[in-house]
Ligand binder design. Structure first.
Ligand code: ATP
Length: 334
């Protein structure tokens, strides 16, 4: 369970809006539920905006009631739908979005999404004065200032379940499988999935991939009778097709691995208990932060403590994999 900050109500908030943006993440629904229920409890009206910033700039929103969020805590995806909206990157479009919110008498906007979505929220606040609170909703866990993001735990567990199945086939056919998980810039998912799945190797963007070494190790394990099959977890990396290229290179070195790309399977599915609790706490705290006069912040969690992180910091700083964790994982999984 989390330790929550003690906040004092300072400000009268009458009406807020909420949207989900960027790639969907399991746990967005419990986060929406947390915001809506906490706001209604405090007498605050809530508008649900459909399809992220696209819905905001086209004024596609409707009031939400307690029953709008009934029976959604266990559902993956987002009942508000999500989108990527290039137009929102333009200042004049953000100015008209602020006018739409003002015309409806909406005091503040809660944005659930990844670092791109939170960048949009920060710019909206800076340029127009609309109060914003962000929630980290992304399976990637790559947002600065928070140990955890809504959806990460579910994505890791989903990948894990898939790998446990792939291992049966790998073992029966005495093969190695390269299993690609999400992670363009970082190996957060790969390290966690690889450790939990007992992968033979984990390949992440933070470390150069040495084909000859990998091939030699696979061959040595086969000769020693200790590794006729196994799982190599690969973070997708910045350029598409990495895992197929690796498989081809390993073939050229005498190996014959199979490839399995988990892809969008990792995004869907019912959120884990962990993600439901995290999302609910963060959602309800977003409303408390607004009432306490905070704005232009993201609700994060560090060492089990829910806290506020300036959105500016999220944009300015990059979250890296803990080098000690990386070292430890690579000691155990090569
Ligand atoms: P994820 O990485 O988990 O998919 P994300 O929120 O980082 O989530 P993006 O595609 O980067 O996903 O951003 C989602 C949306 O946020 C964009 O389509 C755009 O509407 C808005 N956005 C992103 N970057 C900016 C920016 N620099 N300025 C304004 N809006 C932005």
């Amino acid at each position: 369970m989390y330790t929550l900050p003690s906040l004092t109500a300072q400000k009268s908030v009458r009406s807020i809006a909420i949207l989900t943006s960027g790639g969907d993440a399991p746990g967005m629904n419990p986060a929406i539920r947390g915001v809506v229920r906490a706001a209604l409890h405090q007498g605050i009206e809530v508008f649900g905006i459909n399809r992220g910033y696209s819905g905001l700039i086209s004024d596609d929103m409707a009031p939400m009631s307690s029953s709008s969020v009934s029976n959604i805590v266990q559902r993956g995806g987002t009942i508000l739908k999500s989108d990527r909206c290039e137009a929102f990157k333009k200042p004049d479009v953000r100015a008209s979005a602020a006018e739409i919110l003002r015309a409806r008498g909406i005091d503040a906007l809660v944005v659930i999404g990844g670092d791109g979505s939170l960048t949009g929220a920060h710019l909206l606040q800076q340029e127009t004065g609309i109060e914003v609170i962000g929630l980290p909703g992304t399976i990637d866990n790559d947002i600065f200032g928070t140990d955890d993001t809504i959806g990460f735990d579910t994505a890791v567990n989903t990948a894990l379940e898939a790998i446990d199945r792939i291992r049966d086939t790998a073992s029966s056919h005495e093969r190695h499988f390269l299993v690609e998980v999400m992670g363009r810039a970082s190996g957060f998912i790969a390290i966690h999935v690889g450790m939990a799945a007992g992968a033979e190797m984990i390949l992440v963007p933070e470390r150069a991939i040495e084909i000859e070494r990998i091939s030699e190790e696979l061959a040595a394990a086969r000769r020693a009778g200790t590794g006729s099959s196994g799982i190599i977890v690969v973070a997708e990396g910045p350029e598409p097709g990495l895992t197929y290229r690796l498989a081809q290179q390993l073939k050229e070195h005498g190996q014959d691995p199979r490839v399995c790309i988990l892809g969008h399977i990792q995004r869907g599915g019912s959120p884990t208990g962990h993600d439901r609790v995290l999302a609910t706490c963060m959602g309800a705290m977003a409303v408390s932060y607004l009432g306490a006069g905070y704005s232009d912040i993201m609700v994060g969690v560090r060492d089990g403590q829910i806290l506020d992180v300036p959105l500016e910091d999220i944009i300015r700083f990059r979250k890296g994999l803990d080098p000690t964790l990386l070292e430890l994982a690579l000691q155990v999984h090569r």
